[in-house]
Design a binder for this molecule. Structure first.
Ligand code: BGC
Length: 753
């Protein structure tokens, strides 16, 4: 009887997984074929499918692209690996990808017993960054500032085309950790500090990658990452522990992943770090109960780099590597990015043979992997598809990259309308970001760190290049070299000398290119050399403007007052220099809005959706003082060259209950003399709740072009769910009572009965 029940349960799980994953798929390889294949597989072949190694494992020692035939056959024929990832050192051209991938699939499909194709995984984080001459879009932090869902989706769809044209069908993107720790070196990969904004944008990325169906030559499988809690390490350092309650996790970090599951993501990558002392790679609660049970995820789970091994090496929760493998597989891992040896596979085989892991458990994972391969069309044609090749580097891609970068530009300050720059002004460019383009792109740009200028497309422009083109070489001088960290870039004496002829000094400040842990900093304050340079520029008495090229909000409170104009440019990428210059010149009217709180002090990291009590300072019993909430700039801040007037905010009802919806409407008029895009945001506050409420939370946003003199209506519909929160039982609830709704500087009250 027990066996019978088990059989029914297994069948149930199997069919529900397949029914969902096989949707809209044209592959000739059926569900029955997958089952037949699993039946034929040995334990070794199954463990191999669950193993992913990096490309170094099949390349000649000192070569970045040349296949070592012996190593290749060892990996695929002897070790039976199911997946390979990555590049060695830098992006490859299309021909090289073709050569490498053809060699891999030839061995997998023609020289192995079961002819299972290899699933190749690649990081294409803001474009097909590991293929030479691809188009790179602003990093997510800038895309979030653009507040434009369609643009985010369009960028992702182009990325999918270029990735597939390169022969890849699985992209380790998007990053869905919410950026609530500004020190974190992967902040630029996030959509900023707000959970709703990040959920909306993340879902658009998934749709852009997958909506056409995985077997379509313009789609790729997405990989939501890193599940979960990676983005808020307590120390701010990359891959270090996070401490958050289950409630906090569900309030701020889980919704982005839920939105991605709902949008149809196929795979997930696990957070390398630990939550409350539990490394996520070993957490059955998170990887099975929450991810599959609650979020309803049906796809495939891959580890991050070496993270199974690190359960022993770093987390010290497993005494041996073998025990680490057991913990991770039992927790819910389907594929291990091992990636530099075959230990995972070998330990897994031992574990199954000795009975510590059941073969059925392997079948579950292998089934998910094979279903993904089938859905991607790999069983029908594992090679780069001819139709896909045509989609590389099409002329409109860079136009979209320019539009995206322009929409991300966030004008933080514009005293006395110092911007746009006036024609004929003598402009001095200075600072480390003025004449260097890798900082405009940063992580995951033609190499991992994005710092290899030699791998970028010929003609990639610096801000200086674009300024000369726009204002004429006679009007623009530059004090900077093409190395971000060159001491000359912060040479005060040189700046003083060159400034004598200038009307305006444009200081291009910020951060060099970096990715992951090499981007760790100990201080959110901008580097001293750059602060000194800014002080010197201010002391010249000339008009000073800052362009901030950075992945996170580096504190500039000591030099803020001295600048008349400040433009936040994030990591605008391929067309970044043009986008920056189009805003400085006024050719493009900026409309970006900060997707994070721009902090004023490194010791005052209070987010926009803080609790009331976070901004009180009790000076003496009963005496409240302090500076309150006092960031440099608020989440949502961003100026335009035109002005917008808000009409009265209207709600269609002031009391609602059950499933009822409330519609909030506002008219916005462009009262200036130039056209401009404008994003309107709706926030809410729960006046009293059983968990102390946030002072406000973003609930809806929309962006429209408003012509000079024209009025546009923005309308938002919200329901009780939009006003919900996670209570102390870890349940999402909306409690009865009054709520405030905010648009711009207006508010109104509504009551939920
Ligand atoms: C990163 C992942 C990435 C993986 C493969 C890891 O170091 O954390 O985001 O997908 O490497 O390159």
């Amino acid at each position: 009887m027990l066996n019978y029940i088990k059989y029914i349960l297994v069948l149930g799980v199997l069919f529900s997984t397949m029914a969902i994953q096989a949707q809209n798929n044209s592959s000739k390889f059926s569900d029955a074929d997958i089952e037949a294949l699993i039946d034929k597989m040995t334990i070794e072949e199954k463990a191999g499918q669950m193993t992913q190694v990096t490309i170094d494992m099949i390349l000649k020692e000192e070569s970045s692209t040349e296949i070592d035939e012996e190593k290749l056959r060892f990996a695929i024929k002897d070790m039976q690996v199911g997946s390979i990832l990555n590049v060695k050192w830098h992006a490859y051209d299309l021909k090289t990808w073709d050569k490498v991938l053809t060699a891999i699939q030839d061995v997998a499909t023609k020289e192995t017993r079961l002819s299972v194709p290899i699933l190749y995984g690649i990081d294409a984080i803001h474009g097909a960054n590991y293929t030479q001459n691809s188009t790179l879009f602003p990093h997510n932090i800038g895309m979030a500032a653009a507040r434009d869902r369609a643009l985010v989706k369009e960028g992702a769809a182009i990325t999918a085309k270029e990735v597939r044209a390169s022969g890849h069908r699985w992209n380790f993107d998007p990053t869905l950790g919410v950026g609530r720790q500004p020190l974190w070196s992967r902040f630029e990969e996030t959509f900023g500090e707000d959970t709703y904004l990040a959920s909306e944008m993340g879902a658009e990325v998934i749709k852009g990658y997958e909506e056409k169906g995985l077997d379509h030559h313009e789609a790729v499988a997405s990989c939501m990452k890193h599940f979960i809690g990676y983005s808020n390490p307590r120390s701010g350092k990359d891959r270090t522990p996070a401490y958050m309650t289950d409630r906090e996790l569900r309030e701020h970090y889980l919704p982005t992943f839920q939105a991605a599951v709902d949008a149809g993501t196929s795979t997930v990558m696990i957070n390398s770090g630990e939550l409350d002392g539990m490394p996520v790679h070993a957490s059955k609660y998170l990887l099975t109960d929450v991810l599959r049970g609650e979020l309803g995820f049906k796809g495939m789970v891959v580890s991050d780099w070496e993270d199974v091994i690190r359960l022993k090496l770093r987390a010290h929760i497993a005494e041996t590597h073998k025990e680490a493998v057991r913990l991770a597989v039992e927790a819910g891992l389907d594929m291990s990015m091992v990636p530099l040896d075959y230990s995972f596979r070998n330990h897994l085989i031992e574990l199954v043979k000795e009975g510590s892991i059941s073969e059925e458990r392997l079948d579950q994972s292998v089934r998910r992997i094979l279903v993904l391969k089938r859905n991607l069309g790999l069983f029908d044609n594992p090679y780069t598809e001819e139709e896909a090749r045509k989609n590389f580097n099409l002329p409109n891609y860079t136009e979209v990259a320019l539009t995206a970068a322009q929409h991300s530009m966030t004008l933080l300050k514009n005293e006395d309308n110092v911007l746009p720059l006036k024609e004929g002004q003598k402009i001095l460019l200075a600072g480390p970001a003025a004449n260097e383009f890798t900082c405009l792109h940063s992580s995951w740009s033609f190499n991992w760190q994005g710092d290899g200028a030699e791998y970028y497309p010929k003609g990639t422009e610096t801000i200086y290049d674009a300024m000369k083109e726009r204002f004429g070489a006679d009007n623009v001088s530059c004090a900077s070299t093409n190395k971000f960290e060159d001491a000359k870039n912060t040479d005060v004496a040189q700046l003083n000398k060159m400034a004598t002829d200038a009307d305006v000094i444009v200081l291009c400040l910020g951060e060099k290119a970096y990715a992951e842990s090499p981007g760790v900093i100990n201080d959110l304050m901008l580097d001293k050399e750059q602060l000194d340079l800014a002080e010197a520029a201010i002391a010249t008495g000339k008009t000073v403007i800052y362009v901030m090229v950075q992945g996170r909000p580096r504190v500039i409170s000591t030099i803020e007052a001295g600048a008349k104009g400040i433009l936040q440019a994030y990591r605008p990428s391929s067309r970044g220099a043009d986008a920056i210059v189009s805003v400085l010149s006024g050719d493009f009217n900026p409309s970006g809005k900060l997707p994070f709180t721009y902090h004023r002090n490194t010791g005052d990291i209070v987010l926009y959706d803080h609790k009331f009590a976070e901004t009180f300072t009790e000076l003496a019993p009963g005496e409240i003082g302090g500076s309150g909430f006092n960031p440099q700039w608020q989440f949502g801040h961003g100026l335009s060259y035109t002005s917008f007037d808000y009409g009265k905010m209207q709600v269609d009802k002031t009391t609602f209950s059950g499933e009822e919806k409330v519609t909030v409407t506002v008219n916005v008029t462009n009262t200036g003399d130039r056209d401009g895009h404008h994003a309107v945001e709706l926030y809410s506050r729960d006046d009293y709740a059983s968990v102390s409420p946030c002072v406000k939370r973003l609930r809806a946003f929309d962006k429209k072009m408003i012509k000079a003199g024209a009025t546009e209506t923005f309308s938002f519909t919200i329901d009780a769910d939009d006003l919900s929160f996670i209570n102390f039982d870890s349940k999402r609830v909306t409690e009865k009572g009054t709520f405030k709704l905010f648009i711009d500087d207006q508010w109104t009250s509504i009551r939920y009965e």
